[in-house]
Design a binder for this molecule. Structure first.
Ligand code: SF4
Ligand code: FES
Length: 246
């Protein structure tokens, strides 16, 4: 068994390179290392010019997402051993512009999150000092969709977002549903103007990769399909019972 592991990193230094280049590093094979440990070893011991994001090292902050052997993963949550034998290839998250090395531009993602109005909307003056009690069932309606850590793995895995960058995308739609399904919220109609527009839920072709790669089981594909169903049922009701809209 080799005592080293070969890590290939797709690098981009805009001041030197006109395009991305692959650089190889040898790191010690260490049983309990996650991929992020190997990258930190490269940064600390071999090449201090390597750039990437990370923070918590415990699957919470969502900042360490990268492509590892072609799959979008949290690098703090995947063991090096699980990719052996063979070379491990690390690349920036797909479907995003690259700023430098493994650091991607996330402005488009942040704008999309904000576009779905991710806050409780009310059209009355609910007293701030009064508790709004929810039953366990009412909480369970949206809890799953509130577990997102904004890691962007789902956007990297989504072929629709890759082809149509205007697509609102999985995490933002799941976030919109998190508020739509919260019984304290009264903003469904306002929020759905964004979620059901041309670049919203109807662009999803139900590939399901977003849910497959999500490290927090948010299941954005289910959020999208549920909103498609609700929107369709509401459309039929307004067609068959137009007086209900008056
Ligand atoms: S839905 Fe899942 S994969 Fe997408 S950003 Fe949130 S946690 Fe990450
Ligand atoms: S470093 Fe925070 S999720 Fe990986």
């Amino acid at each position: 068994m080799s005592s080293n592991v070969t890590i290939e990193v797709l690098r981009y230094l805009p001041e030197n390179d006109s395009e991305q280049v692959v650089q190889s590093y040898e790191v010690p094979r260490t049983k309990d290392w996650v991929i992020l440990d190997a990258i930190n070893y490269i940064k600390d011991e071999l090449d201090g010019t390597l750039s990437y994001r990370w923070s918590c090292r415990m699957g919470v902050c969502g900042s360490c997402g990268m492509m590892v052997n072609g799959e979008p993963v949290l690098t703090c949550a995947k063991f090096v051993e699980s990719y052996l034998p063979g070379t491990i290839r690390i690349e920036p998250l797909e479907n995003f512009p690259v700023i430098r090395d493994l650091v991607i531009e996330m402005g488009d993602f942040m704008e999309k999150l904000e576009s779905v109005k991710p806050w409780i909307i009310r059209d009355d003056d609910y007293p701030e000092e009064k508790e709004f009690i929810q039953t366990p069932f009412e909480l369970s309606e949206y809890k799953k969709f509130s577990m997102c850590i904004n890691c962007m793995l789902c956007y990297s895995a989504c072929p629709v977002y890759g082809l149509e960058p205007g697509f609102t995308g999985p995490a933002a739609i799941a976030l919109g549903q998190r508020y739509n399904l919260d019984n304290r919220d009264m903003g469904n109609a306002e929020r759905n103007e964004v979620l059901t527009q041309e670049e919203g839920i109807w662009q999803c072709t139900l590939v399901g990769e977003c849910s497959a790669v999500c490290p927090k089981d948010v299941d954005p594909a289910a959020a999208i399909q549920r909103l498609k169903l609700t929107t369709t049922v509401n459309w039929f009701k307004s067609f068959l019972m137009p007086w209900k809209n008056r």
